[in-house]
Ligand binder design. Structure first.
Ligand code: ADP
Length: 598
């Protein structure tokens, strides 16, 4: 069998019959490769593969004929070495040489009659393009001019090749080392950055935790301080009332016709003592009222109240105060206003307060009291309007602060306690007290009361269970309007501990259900996906002394079945998504009214 026709253009052919020929074939391999513009590495590949194969053919098959060809179709260099005798491929050395060659170039071994044909292929570099016939002729001519090198020359060339290869390996190893150390450095940089970030995060976290702890402490302190203040006011004013009342009584006795007559000067002094004591008494009474209202110790006595009657009574008692001839005091008949359920005495007190102020701060014009029914809101609106000096916008809220009085030319006496007290009382009755005013034109104080106050308008203690996200802050804000005190617990365990000390009027529990199912929560709680708040509901329902405490749940949407199972005990469930002060307020009121278990 001969090589198939069209295997390419033959460049060179030589016979290998001696050691020296092996060197020559190696040298030629490199020269041919170089002439075909293969790069240095490829030259060494071809040369080395050829010399390996050639050596074995000489040693084990009596030599070979080596042919160099260029196959333009691929294009590639194809070297064929054909032995006369069969090359024993299984022989260890032969197999080793063929394997080594196969690592360098493409190797194919074919039986060729008696002998063995080994084909070594290497593609030409694509950049060099397909060599033209002319070029091949030139290559052939150049090869013909070669003086066959001596074995020593070839050895030197081999050494050089080896050194180059070693150099290349070394260069690659250095490059690898450099890359590795760069990588190492980068890694260290990333690690350092990460460490720095997590340090910073930890520090920030610590700061936040400390801040929240301080906030908690501050609000607890504030609450305590405010309670202490109310207690002090209540006690002090109570203790003051008796001696002041006694002083007033004694001055009356002194001035009494039955007593020894006083000189004119003495009479004046006694009168001064009496009016001062009377002022003091009214201050003390105001303080006592306010302290009572603040500490929630005023219990409204709710009855059906017809406003017409209240207005009539006020007209009678206040007319003597309207002493200025330039000021008209007018009570509009409350037509179409239904009777409302409220505390008559407290409402009268508030309106009297507002009318007294209006008369005090109005030099001419009119003080008018009117009422309207707002059916859509279920509210009765009462207004005290005057044409007096008015209140600057910046001070319209401040006048509801204790002891605050607007400074100015117009000083009318008083304690600065009337409005804060009035607002407290109105809030207590479930309503609002607001002001609109324009300096120089007059003021309008507006009281709005629900026709029927919601039951449980004012709660003692509300226990809120949950973390401190902004949502919960809003919840707390709403609850503060509804309740005397809001206590907080972070989880079910803390809540139960708090309840064992004081039973709250309502429990509001934030149940966090993670989005996208509850698998993560399940993994965490280990209780079949049951959030902490649900455990609290379960514990409350299970204890007969605690089962009566109404519970409001604020939560993410959960499916109906689970909701039934989890929140069955809750008096109301409010979605965390549409929780607004209004929805929550309504839920808390309903819960307080209805008790547990929907
Ligand atoms: P007091 O009337 O005893 O000073 P209040 O709390 O009732 O205390 O009122 C606080 C302040 O609000 C008053 O001192 C006054 O400056 C202002 N004020 C209240 N009502 C009116 C009003 N109708 N017109 C103008 N100013 C008013």
């Amino acid at each position: 069998m001969t090589g198939p026709a069209g295997d390419g253009t033959e460049l060179l052919r030589l016979r290998v019959r001696s050691e020296h020929d092996v060197f020559t074939v190696r040298q030629l391999g490199r020269e041919v490769a170089a002439a075909l513009r293969m790069d240095h590495q490829d030259q060494i590949r071809v040369a080395t593969a050829l010399s390996e194969v050639g050596r074995q053919m000489l040693a084990r098959a009596g030599g070979a004929v080596v042919t160099f060809r260029v196959s333009p179709a691929e294009p590639m260099l194809r070297v064929e070495a054909v032995t006369a005798e069969r090359l024993e491929q299984e022989h260890e050395d032969v197999a080793g040489a063929l394997a080594a060659a196969a690592r360098l170039v493409e190797v194919e071994v074919l039986a060729d009659g008696e002998g063995t044909r080994v084909r070594l292929d290497r593609r030409l570099p694509p950049a060099a393009g397909t060599p033209t016939d002319k070029e091949l002729t030139q290559v052939r001519a150049a090869l013909a001019r070669l003086t066959p090198a001596s074995a020593l020359d070839e050895l030197a060339a081999q050494n050089e090749d080896l050194l180059t290869a070693l150099g290349e390996v070394q260069r690659q190893r250095d490059e690898l080392l450099r890359l590795n150390s760069e990588l190492e450095e980068t890694n260290q940089g990333v690690l350092a950055l990460y460490r720095q970030l997590s340090d910073e995060l930890e520090e920030t976290n610590r700061g936040v935790v400390a801040l929240y702890a301080e906030l908690d402490q501050r609000s607890a302190e504030l609450r305590k301080a405010s309670e202490a203040k109310s207690r002090f006011l209540a006690n002090a004013s109570h203790e003051l009332r008796a001696p002041v009342t006694a002083i007033i009584g004694l001055t009356r006795l002194l001035a009494d016709a039955g007593s020894a007559p006083l000189t004119e000067e003495q009479a004046e002094q006694v009168d001064l003592v009496r009016t001062s004591a009377a002022d003091l008494l009214s201050l003390v009474n105001d303080l006592l009222d306010l302290a009572k209202a603040e500490s929630g110790r005023i219990e409204p006595a709710l009855v059906e109240v017809a406003l017409g009657g209240v207005f009539g009574q006020l007209r009678g008692t206040l007319r003597p105060l309207a002493t200025r001839p330039e000021v008209t005091l007018l009570f509009d008949e409350p037509v179409g206003v239904p009777a409302l359920v409220t505390d008559e005495m407290l409402l009268t007190q508030v309106l009297r307060n507002l009318v007294t102020n209006a008369l005090k701060f109005t030099e001419q014009g009119m003080v008018r009291v009117s009422a309207r029914w707002l059916p859509a809101e279920g509210l009765v609106e009462m207004e005290v309007t005057d044409t007096g000096i008015g209140i600057p916008a910046a001070e319209q809220e401040r006048i509801f602060e204790e002891f605050y009085q607007v400074r100015g030319a117009f000083q009318a006496g008083g304690t600065g306690l009337g409005l804060p007290y009035a607002r407290r009382v109105v809030t207590l009755l479930g309503g609002t007290l607001t002001v609109a005013s324009e300096p120089g034109k007059g003021s309008r104080f507006r009281v709005r009361l629900p026709r029927v106050p919601p039951r449980g308008t004012h709660l003692g203690q509300v226990l809120m269970v949950g973390g401190d996200t902004p949502l919960e802050a809003a919840v707390t804000q709403v609850l503060l309007d509804e309740a005397d005190r809001v206590s907080e617990a972070v989880d079910a365990a803390q809540a139960l501990a708090s309840i064992s000390v004081e039973v709250p009027d309502v429990v509001v529990v934030r149940v966090s259900v993670p989005a996208g199912g509850d698998r993560a929560e399940a993994a965490r709680s280990g209780r079949g996906g049951e959030p902490d708040g649900v455990a609290l509901l379960r514990a409350l329902a299970a204890d007969e002394r605690l089962a009566a405490i109404p519970v409001v749940v604020v939560t993410e949407p959960v499916d109906g079945e689970r909701e039934a199972a989890w929140f069955g005990h809750a008096a109301a469930v409010v979605s965390a998504e549409d929780v607004t002060p209004e929805t929550l307020r309504a839920a808390v009121r309903d819960a307080a009214r209805a008790g547990p278990a929907r």
